[in-house]
Design a protein around this ligand. Structure first.
Ligand code: FE
Ligand code: FE
Ligand code: ZN
Length: 278
């Protein structure tokens, strides 16, 4: 069975997202922990989180994915930006401790002219400070497209964060299909080679989630523009190979395609129909 969901808005709370996911034919979902471009957050509703936990158990949900705000940048040169990253990551992890089925994904950060090595060190420092051992959530580093000074385009950069942080053993990776293709990894014509490279550098056991998106731009464009499934440069055939790949097919897939809810429901139905039965 394909574990698939899409990005949902948290504006009506946690349980509402679970119910919405089921309506769309999904058995998981992704949501922003807070305003993605600002960072403001609603008070935590523990009863609502517990209601979602019960609902997800009843519905046999695959792990859900919380996404940190885009403004979280521990690699920033500005100390106030770094301080926001520390506080936000800590608060989000404290909340997610009440939702055991959730993982937390974040964009590693942008080094803003300080260089990748400094960026890696700053990201690792943040994780060492806030991702303490009593926090149960698995934190995922997202593979990036390499826009601007983003850290995490190359698998080696994610490996470097894991190696630099005391929390490295607890970190996983979320592979974004648009980002890796845009970043220069040819998952269309050489998927097996890319996965072998991932395994060599990071280890496929660390791969915990897939952001399933098509891309508006050709390979290695470094632009990060998502497209609807089958309508971009990755295309439907390559997407079908990805969701059926023996090393990927059991992972949770999250759509971040430019869609309203009906478009997501259609993509979920399409992809469920394209799973090859063993
Ligand atoms: Fe992301
Ligand atoms: Fe993504
Ligand atoms: Zn993206």
């Amino acid at each position: 069975m394909l574990n698939i969901g899409c990005h949902l808005s948290c504006s009506n709370g946690y349980l509402a997202m679970g119910r919405q996911a089921v309506k769309l034919g999904a058995n998981t979902f992704q949501f922003f922990t807070r305003n993605p471009r600002g960072g403001s957050v609603k008070p935590f509703d523990r009863a609502d989180a517990e209601a979602l936990n019960v609902f997800m158990k009843e519905q046999a949900f695959a792990p859900i994915l919380a996404h940190a705000p885009y403004t979280l940048n521990a690699a920033a040169a500005d100390a106030r930006v770094r301080e926001f990253a520390y506080r936000t990551m800590r608060e989000d992890l404290e909340r997610l401790a009440y939702i055991p089925n959730a993982m937390l994904n974040f964009h590693p950060g942008s080094h803003v002219k300080q260089g990748t090595d400094v960026g890696v060190r700053l990201i690792a420092d943040m994780l060492d400070e806030v991702y303490t051992s009593e926090l149960p959530t698995t934190v995922l580093l997202e593979t990036m497209a390499g826009k601007g000074s983003e850290v995490g385009r190359r698998f080696e950069e994610l490996r470097a964060i894991m190696d630099a942080s005391k929390t490295g053993d607890r970190l996983g990776v979320c592979l974004d299909t648009c980002h890796v293709y845009d970043g220069g990894y040819d998952i269309v014509d050489h998927l097996d080679d890319v996965l072998a490279e991932f395994d060599r550098v990071i280890g496929l056991d660390r791969l915990k989630a897939i952001h399933l998106n098509d891309s508006k731009n050709p390979m290695a464009s470094h632009k990060d523009r998502h497209e609807k499934i089958g309508q971009g440069s990755i295309g439907l055939d390559a997407t079908v190979r990805i969701i059926n790949h023996p090393q990927l097919k059991r992972l949770p897939f999250y759509l971040e395609t430019p869609n309203e809810l009906d478009g997501y429901a259609a993509e979920i139905a399409l992809l469920r129909n394209l799973i090859r039965q063993p």
